[in-house]
Write a new protein. Structure first.
Lengths: 860, 86
């Protein structure tokens, strides 16, 4: 039953909304929260408590406490007191075995006491060990709050937005609004964040209002993530004004967790926002000055208030009793009052968490009996009651005497008895005790239990609150969905300019680092291998990293970056290069073509382009050569036209001379192919006569189509891997790892140790003085089985190495591969074994290429 | 880590835009002993205090530069472009 329309009520009585609680169909109004709608439907028990499964009802109605946490549309632990009601919402209670008003696990409350003392989870259910699986199954069933819907994650889309603000005001109360308006007079860029839906329609001239939204914390660099539901705003502010106000504190007395025990703000919100009468007959208990004001508010709403107790007058004994979880009567110093509502005020604690995270100090104020922020860092300000301003000292007992369970922390069901016992056990420091009792570690994160627990510790230890101190206030200030922190699931994909041609040809696409590349175009990659050996194949190698290095000192730069020589490379010629680190390890490889005295064209591995660019730029920043490095990977497409027919085929498309004398192996030339200006590199990664054409990406589909029309057959990455393996060519990162160096990876001829300096030279000098422990060599399998990459190499029954690549080669007529072997087992012809599917298969070491070892075909 | 770093070219930007490349090391001049080489390649001072380090504005202009940072507070004392050859 609703009250007559209240001034400023949030509900729109003209628009009813239907929703479900379990099997019940209920109705509320637009503007209701799920919590207020449930309350309007007569629901008083919203959840069951964490440990004892005690029935719990609305306590704070402000999104702080755990009492109204329910599962809404599959999302667990939603605080329904602040969750707007939506048409068709499906609400289910959690942490319940049975029904909210009949929870079978509430036996823990009645009989479990002796078995579940404070810290029982550290001490019990450990022995006998063989029982653990049984305990574990039980504990996993009862522990935690809510159940995650494993499929729900994909139904929501989360985004992150980066924003800047000149002034960010957190908290839209009186002080916050005034501060925002004052800041707005100095110029634009003022943003105000508030968690209340009430602020959503508030117009503040010159201020951008973001509500309902929650500032989750203040990180270094004045970074404030703001949770607005499905968008996480990452605000960078020049100035932050915190106006988070205070959090009303509960009282600690037996029965203080019964449904019907509420904080003043909860009663006020039910009346003012939702036109609901929070109870019929109330008693008001206040340790601060607010008792008369609270009573007045209740009476105006038609609640009978037979008794108002100002606890500052020194009541000692206080207890509440209920029936089936609802409060029925309260006894104060022996005098009993029947009631169905108890409004308690234990004072107000400044909500200082954000200020403390920002680097402010937190200090106990003896006169106010609360913790207040002090010494704020530059650019962080606090206004309003969060500073302690306007707070009246509350004078209550740390815990009232009486019979029944008396909760300090309702999130984790920690009682005063638990705290006392932890002190007896020696946990007298607040940080240790927190971890032992878990007080302040529940869903409210200390908002409602930090101050009462510190009062209790001080009382029990006969010391001052200032001596006890506080626990650390860590972000997030309010609970946040993990999905929001994770952001949207994005998998950036790089596609070459020929991606759609590959798809049209029915290629099987595969991941190659960030790239999508054709694995093969048909069912049988070996067919594509045969094409390259016998006639003409073409592969899209646009993924190769491509850099231009240009300038009067480009030669010196490359000479010092690579272990081999590039200063003496003649214009128009190409040389293979391997990059090493100063630790002597192989980093990347590729070809380097000198296009002019002061211009080099460098290719890198497909995944190495960015790292190599950064590496080159960094060393050039160190050395300061007059050379520029430009990454042109995306601007240029590249095709490798390979096979015995490639010269004739290419010649038909160009007027430039391609004869073996005019365009030699390892020549680089600018030629025009079918009207497209290309840089043609004659290299032989796949072991056949071939031309790598580099040209503007925009012409990629055109040139590809021309080459295919001219008889070239596309081949994919898998056939290319077979082809290069036949030549014994190493793939950096596949056959080498972060330990490999040029001497161990079979390239001792490459580094020129007489050069003055190159990156990795010092290490290679030392490597040269010792013997490598293992070497990268080729091998031929004795049987027709292909070992997996990473398969174990076995020598005399002992693991001795690993396979890095292996393929079946028609051309060689055997299964061939590369692998790491102990040095003394790496001579050509040495037999060893490879573990394949649990059996050992013989193999023999092979040095050099498996096919055309003189390289006549690619040089032809 | 969410501090703000000033690129010598682009000015103050969130640190996420930059790539960190470790403290400034001294590369041996010629043929170091194995110990000297290992010190240079693998060992870092890891100071709790002011440290000179390499940064690159990787998501921005791409410039490599040096910053002096207090590793305890992430306070940036200065940024500068490298003087090559030193």
């Amino acid at each position: 039953m609703r009250l007559p329309a209240q001034p400023g009520e949030l509900i729109d009585r003209a628009e009813p909304l239907g929703f479900r609680l379990g099997e019940y169909r209920l109705e509320g109004f637009r503007g209701d929260t799920i919590g207020s709608a449930l309350f309007a439907n007569g629901r008083r028990v919203f959840s069951r408590s964490f440990k004892y499964h005690r029935p719990r009802g609305l306590l704070c109605c402000s999104g702080h406490c755990p009492n109204c946490m329910m599962t809404v549309d599959g999302v667990p632990n939603v605080r329904v007191c602040v969750e707007p009601l939506r048409e068709g919402a499906v609400v289910t209670p959690q942490n319940v075995l049975g029904r909210l008003d009949m929870d079978f696990l509430s036996v823990v409350d009645k009989f479990g006491g002796p078995f579940t003392p404070v810290g029982f989870y550290y001490r019990t259910m450990i022995r006998p060990r063989f029982m653990w699986p049984v305990y574990e199954k039980f504990l996993r069933g009862v522990a935690g709050l809510g159940r995650l819907d494993e499929h729900a994650g994909h139904s929501r889309r989360y985004d992150v937005e980066h924003r800047r603000a000149r002034v960010l005001v957190i908290g839209g109360g009186q002080a916050g609004r005034a501060a925002a308006l004052a800041a707005a007079t100095a110029g634009p860029g003022v943003v105000l964040v508030d968690e209340s839906v009430r602020l959503a329609d508030v117009e503040l001239p010159g201020v951008e209002v973001l509500a309902p939204a929650r500032a989750l914390g203040i990180w270094e660099g004045k970074l404030v993530p703001v949770d607005s539901g499905t968008v996480l705003y990452r605000y960078r502010a020049e100035r932050i004004i915190v106006a988070t106000g205070t959090v009303e504190q509960p009282l600690v007395f037996p029965g203080n967790d019964l449904a019907g025990v509420m904080l003043p703000e909860a009663a006020r919100r039910l009346i003012r926002d939702f036109s609901l009468r929070p109870g019929q007959r109330a008693i008001v208990l206040a340790a601060d000055e607010r008792a008369p004001e609270i009573a007045e508010t209740l009476r105006e709403a038609g609640v009978a208030v037979p008794r108002v107790v100002d606890l500052r007058e020194g009541a000692r004994q206080l207890e509440a009793h209920g029936r089936r979880g609802h409060v029925r009567r309260v006894v104060v110093d022996g005098e009993e009052t029947k009631c169905d509502l108890v409004v308690v005020s234990g004072g107000r604690q400044p909500a200082y968490s954000l200020l403390s995270q920002a680097g402010g100090r937190v200090e106990y104020d003896e006169s106010l009996k609360v913790f207040v922020p002090r010494d704020l860092p530059a650019g962080i300000e606090a206004v309003g009651s969060v500073t302690g301003e306007g707070i009246v000292r509350a004078e209550g007992a740390a815990a009232y005497e009486g019979s029944g369970k008396c909760f300090v922390c309702i999130c984790e069901d920690v009682t005063t008895k638990d705290v006392k016992r932890s002190i007896e056990e020696g946990f007298d420091s607040i940080e240790l005790s927190k971890r032992y009792t878990t007080v302040t570690m529940g869903p409210c994160q200390g908002k409602l239990c930090q101050l009462p627990s510190i009062h209790l510790y001080a009382h029990e230890l006969h010391t001052y609150e200032a001596t006890i101190g506080t626990t650390t206030a860590r972000p997030p200030w309010a609970p946040v969905e993990l999905g929001l922190l994770a952001g949207r699931h994005l998998e950036p994909t790089r596609r070459t300019s020929l991606h759609f041609r590959h798809e049209e040809l029915g290629a099987r696409m595969m991941w190659a680092g960030p790239w999508k590349r054709p694995y093969a175009y048909g069912e049988h990659p070996e067919d594509e291998v045969r094409t390259v050996h016998e006639s003409l194949g073409v592969i899209d190698v646009s993924t190769l990293g491509k850099l231009l290095v240009e300038g009067p000192e480009a030669a010196q730069l490359l000479e010092r970056l690579y272990p081999n020589r590039f200063a003496d490379l003649k214009a128009g010629r190409i040389r293979y290069g391997v990059l090493t680190s100063d630790g002597g390890r192989i980093m990347d490889d590729g070809t380097v073509a000198r296009l002019a005295d002061d211009l080099y064209y460098v290719t890198t591995t497909s995944t190495g382009a960015d790292a190599v660019t950064a590496w080159f730029e960094w060393w050039n920043a160190v050395w300061g050569y007059d050379a520029e490095i430009v990454n042109v990977t995306g601007a240029l497409a590249a095709l490798n036209l390979a096979g015995p027919r490639s010269r004739d085929a290419l010649q038909r498309l160009t007027e430039d001379e391609l004869s073996a004398d005019e365009f030699r192996y390892l020549d680089a030339k600018h030629i025009e192919v079918a009207g497209v200006p290309c840089l043609a590199l004659r290299i032989g990664f796949v072991g056949e006569l071939g031309y790598e054409l580099h040209f503007p990406s925009s012409a990629a589909e055109y040139l590809w189509d021309r080459l295919l029309a001219d008889g070239a057959r596309p081949f994919g990455l898998e056939p290319q891997r077979i082809l290069r393996l036949e030549k014994g060519h190493v793939i950096v990162g596949q056959d080498t790892d972060s330990e490999s160096n040029l001497l161990s990876a079979g390239m001792p001829w490459l580094p020129k140790m007489d050069k003055d300096d190159f990156v990795g030279k010092f290490a290679l000098e030392h490597f040269a003085e010792r013997d490598e422990r293992e070497l990268l060599v080729g091998f031929t399998m004795e049987d027709d089985v292909v070992p997996a990459e990473g398969a174990q190499i076995v020598v005399e029954g002992q693991p001795a190495g690993r396979v890095t690549s292996a393929r079946r080669s028609e051309q060689v007529g055997a299964v061939i591969g590369l692998g790491w072997l102990p040095r003394d087992r790496a001579d050509a012809g040495t037999r060893f074994e490879v573990r394949v599917d649990r059996r050992l298969v013989g193999a023999r070491v092979h040095h050099g290429a498996f096919f055309d070892s003189a390289g006549e075909r690619m040089r032809s | 880590m969410s501090f703000v770093l000033a690129c010598p070219h682009c000015g103050p930007r969130p640190v996420d835009e930059f790539a960190y490349s470790g403290e400034v090391t001294r590369r041996p001049q010629s043929s170091p002993t194995l110990r000297e080489l290992t010190d240079y390649v693998y060992f870092r001072d890891n100071v709790a205090g002011r440290q000179r380090e390499w940064w690159q504005h990787r998501q921005g202009c791409g410039e490599w530069f040096l910053a002096e940072r207090d590793t305890r507070t992430n306070e940036i004392i200065s940024v500068s472009l490298p003087k090559p050859g030193t």
